[in-house]
Ligand binder design. Structure first.
Ligand code: 3PG
Length: 403
């Protein structure tokens, strides 16, 4: 591997900055964490750091979104998962956080508050500028090295992801190591046709990535589900009312140009399911009325999508196909996941929601790779070098050239 792993750096007795991605789905009313797999996976590197002082840092949500909150509950889950005390400080770069870091002893673990409390962490930088942010210049003085293990945010050029690794000895954590190794193995043997089953809610990110996936030969067919399917159906004029999503006109117009440019690539739902008087009602997309909320795919769409999946050499599925947490609307997500699991293709499934769904339906063993990442994985598969990987490769080059 071009990047360094924990096997190559001496971490004993060192103060280590461990960037993980514990960004989890939250209940907007209670602010309880709904799904904890990312927190569990964030602990993978800790076994190797038992004799170090480990400062863990993550973001949660985006400023202005309902899932944007502090890390107190994450600290509780982390302590439960590890079965040990975790110190949590409601601070990121201030004097309280700095004091706690300076007072640490070998074997201690400290969790900082949501990194996005620092304005700088909400912007993208060049590696050099990221290392000159106040966050990195203040905190890096307290660390001997950094371990970057936030694969789901490897597409973000944020200070915590590329700034520390630009000036400190840096290696990948165990999660990043496992993901990169496995994905690179899979992508070297991946066969055409490549079928992408794409849902998820970060529409802008998805639209950008889809085009690169198609251009780089990684998406011969794109089967759309979830909110992104609604955006494309609106672009086609089959949904005739506003969807009420952010930057709606902009994303609908982008979807419109993508359909125009790649008319044979996209498949869209023909039937869907909504809720009426507490029951599931299936209908043709054209029968939708204003105010009807699409909660699942219908059976004709699922049949059609499964035929495409059966003809694939490689299948990549990201984002649930409906509101699968509710029994009435799990049909699309469960059926497509069963189709992916039963296909002869090489299969990759990504994101916390689908990981939870695979476990719930007992299908996890039948998938070639289950990734913790959502948007980052879509971009990784385009073949474009992601900022975190680039930064870790540069850190490895610097380290090896000094040896
Ligand atoms: C994700 O969930 O995709 C990552 O945590 C990145 O989050 P972001 O899209 O808010 O940067």
């Amino acid at each position: 591997m071009k990047i360094l792993t924990l096997d190559e750096l001496d971490t004993k007795g060192k103060t280590v900055f461990l960037r993980v991605d514990m960004n989890s789905p939250m209940d907007p009313k209670t602010m309880q964490i709904l799904e904890t797999s990312r927190i569990r996976e964030s602990t993978e590197s800790l076994k190797d750091l038992e004799d170090s002082k480990v400062v863990i840092a993550s973001h949660q949500g985006r400023v202005g979104n309902k899932d944007y909150t502090g890390m107190e509950n994450h600290a509780k889950v982390l302590a439960q998962v590890l079965g040990r005390d975790i110190k949590y400080v409601e601070d990121v770069i201030g004097s309280e956080a700095q004091r706690e870091i300076k007072n640490m002893k070998n074997g201690d673990i400290l969790l900082l508050d949501n990194l996005r409390l620092c304005a700088e962490e909400n912007y993208e930088f060049t590696p050099d500028n990221a290392s000159k942010t106040i966050m990195v210049s203040r905190l890096s003085k307290l660390f001997d090295l950094c371990v970057i293990d936030s694969f789901p945010s490897s597409h973000r050029a944020h200070p915590s992801i590329i700034g520390f690794s630009h000036i400190l000895p840096a290696c990948a954590g165990r999660l990043v190591e496992r993901e990169v190794r496995r994905l690179d193995e899979i992508m070297t043997v991946a066969k055409s046709p490549h079928v992408v089953v794409l849902g998820g809610s970060k529409i802008n990110d998805r639209l950008e990535a889809i085009e690169t996936l198609i251009q780089n030969g990684r998406a011969d067919q794109v089967l759309l589900t979830g909110v992104i399917a609604n955006v494309f159906m609106r672009a086609q004029g089959r949904i005739r009312f506003p969807l009420g999503i952010k930057q709606e006109e902009e994303v609908v117009s982008k979807a419109h140009s993508l359909i125009g440019e790649y008319p044979d690539v996209f498949s869209l739902p023909v039937d869907i399911a909504i809720e009426r008087d507490g029951s599931r009602v299936e209908m043709d997309v054209r029968e939708l009325g204003k105010g009807d909320q699409i909660l699942d795919l219908g059976p004709k769409t699922v049949d059609y999508y499964i035929k495409s999946i059966n003809g694939a050499g490689t299948v990549f599925m990201s984002g649930p196909a409906g509101f699968f947490e509710n029994e009435k609307f799990k049909f699309g997500t469960e059926s497509l996941l069963r189709g992916v699991a039963d296909s002869f293709a090489t299969t990759i499934v990504s994101g916390g929601h689908l990981t939870a769904a695979l476990k719930r339906y007992g299908l996890a063993d039948k998938i070639n790779h289950i990734s913790t990442a959502g948007g980052a994985l879509v971009l990784y598969l385009t073949g474009v070098k992601l900022p975190m990987i680039q930064s870790l490769e540069e850190a490895a080059e610097r380290y090896r050239s000094k040896k």
